[in-house]
Design a protein around this ligand. Structure first.
Ligand code: HEC
Length: 119
């Protein structure tokens, strides 16, 4: 009985703190707005925060629109952030420290699908 009560207690507390349903990640990501994505408002801040430490010059320069566009055109930008590389190429999945959140990835995808324009 004691064990049952502790389990119940942990369950109730975790429900209260995580908000059982409405506040969970899936719900939040489900509300991710990808309909009005622009380079300056959405994409640049994502790259600035996660990529330019390592990619601010040389063959991959994600600090400028032209640099980003080049990596969209050779299709490696989305391939890397969607963790599509496998086997010997898995080191090209970006950022290497772990996948971006789904909303950021979906925004980049939406922007590319709309032509990756400098908006
Ligand atoms: C900690 C440093 C670091 C960070 C942060 C980082 N990268 Fe990279 N990136 C690398 C290295 C190193 C390589 C080369 C990997 C290889 O060739 O195995 C690379 C390669 C790439 C490539 C080329 C893939 C290919 O097919 O040649 C792209 C595109 C790329 N990164 C995009 C990004 C994006 C977008 C972000 C942010 C979401 C990011 N990187 C964050 C270090 C980083």
């Amino acid at each position: 009985m004691k064990v049952f009560l502790s389990v119940l207690c942990v369950f109730v507390i975790s429900c209260l703190t995580t908000g059982c349903y409405y506040d969970n990640e899936e719900y939040l990501y489900g509300s991710c707005d990808t309909t009005t994505v622009t380079f300056s408002k959405d994409i640049k801040p994502i790259l600035d925060a996660n990529c330019i430490n390592c990619h601010s010059g040389g063959s991959i320069n994600l600090t400028t629109y032209d640099g980003v566009k080049a990596k969209v055109s050779d299709s490696t930008l989305y391939k890397s952030i969607s963790y599509s590389y496998s086997g010997a190429s898995s080191s090209k999945n970006m950022p290497s420290s772990g996948k971006l959140d789904d909303c950021s990835i979906n925004k980049v995808k939406a922007w590319i699908d709309e032509g990756a324009i400098n908006n």
